[in-house]
Design a protein around this ligand. Structure first.
Ligand code: C5P
Length: 296
């Protein structure tokens, strides 16, 4: 009998994202505060007792944001599972993954990294010798945000994003995501490259947040270093940003490496913000911060 396991894989927003320097390995030093959202993909892992027949896809993607999400062995969830199998000496020949994409892909919301971490979490239930340190290594071999998603909730991440310290989650906040109909190839790498022409952040904002996590947080409190270069890479974003702030009478901010914009604030304001944005040239998704760490 095949083993089949499913789990939600939540989206995230960065409440603080400082880029403090360039590293010798080509990555950048960051200091960031991340928070998972209620919006989530569903990851289903299936292990057949024998290898999949030739031509049977390793990764199947369904759901409203399936378009643009890689299928096959370049998919981050598959890559994470393959890293784990290699570390454990397990054969992944009978493994397949299904992703129900509710999180827009390549939008700055961490969907791919979250799917990857969730695939690791599920694989560790099938392969019980996968201890936390092995999962962390497989997460970091896959990408920089994956370590955060192993636990989710709220956390400060430093280094290239791989040193994660959990924080108390915010009390429930409303979040409205504004997802533009465009993105670009190699987006995250290009955003970091674009910052190379500017002074790096002095640091201190994420540390201050972590030292005294606020009970109440609004879009105006967000700091995101990528906002300084977002219009260079996404020229059409400037008009959308202005239009959203005019329609909603609220500040909206860049989510991660973009191009999604978002509002965060009191839950009671969420529906009116989402309603006011209707008609803007983007997909509007109303959600909220996840109230607890979801795995531990
Ligand atoms: O780690 P991930 O694959 O998500 O990152 C994509 C790209 O973004 C990296 O190849 C690198 O160019 C850039 N990056 C960086 N510094 C980080 C994280 C990512 O320069 N801390």
């Amino acid at each position: 009998m095949p083993e089949t396991l499913s789990s939600p894989a939540p989206a995230k927003v960065n409440l603080v994202l400082e880029v403090t320097g360039r590293r010798a390995d080509g990555y950048h030093e960051i200091d960031t505060v991340l928070h998972t959202l209620a919006l989530a993909d569903t990851v289903t892992l299936r292990l057949e007792p024998r290898p999949l027949a030739p031509g049977v896809p390793r990764v199947r993607v369904t759901g409203p944001f399936a378009a643009g999400c890689p299928t096959g062995e370049s998919n981050l969830a598959w890559r994470a599972a393959a890293h784990l199998a290699a570390a454990l000496g397990r054969d992944p020949a009978g493994l397949s993954i299904e992703l129900d994409k509710q999180i827009p892909a390549a939008a700055g919301l961490g969907g791919g990294a979250s799917d990857a971490a969730t695939a690791l979490h599920l694989a560790s239930q099938i392969w019980p010798e996968a201890r936390d340190d092995v999962l962390l290594d497989a997460a970091n071999a896959t990408g920089s945000d994956e370590a955060f998603f192993l636990a989710g909730g709220a956390a400060r991440a430093t280094g290239r994003g791989d040193h994660v310290t959990s924080l108390p989650p915010l009390p429930a906040h409303g979040v409205v995501l504004f997802v533009p109909p465009f993105t670009i190839e190699r987006k995250t790498a290009r955003m970091f490259e674009a910052l190379g022409h500017l002074p790096f952040d002095p640091g201190g904002v994420a540390r201050a947040f972590a030292t005294r996590p606020p009970a109440c947080f609004r879009s105006e409190d967000v700091y995101n270093a990528f906002e300084r270069v977002a219009f260079d890479l996404f020229p059409a974003l400037a008009g959308l940003w202005q239009d959203l702030e005019r329609r909603t009478s609220r500040a909206v901010r860049l989510a991660g490496a973009g191009p999604t914009l978002f509002w965060i604030g009191p839950g009671a304001e969420r529906e009116s913000v989402a309603r006011a944005a209707r008609g803007a040239a983007c997909t509007v998704i109303a959600t909220c911060t996840a109230e607890s760490q979801w795995r531990r």
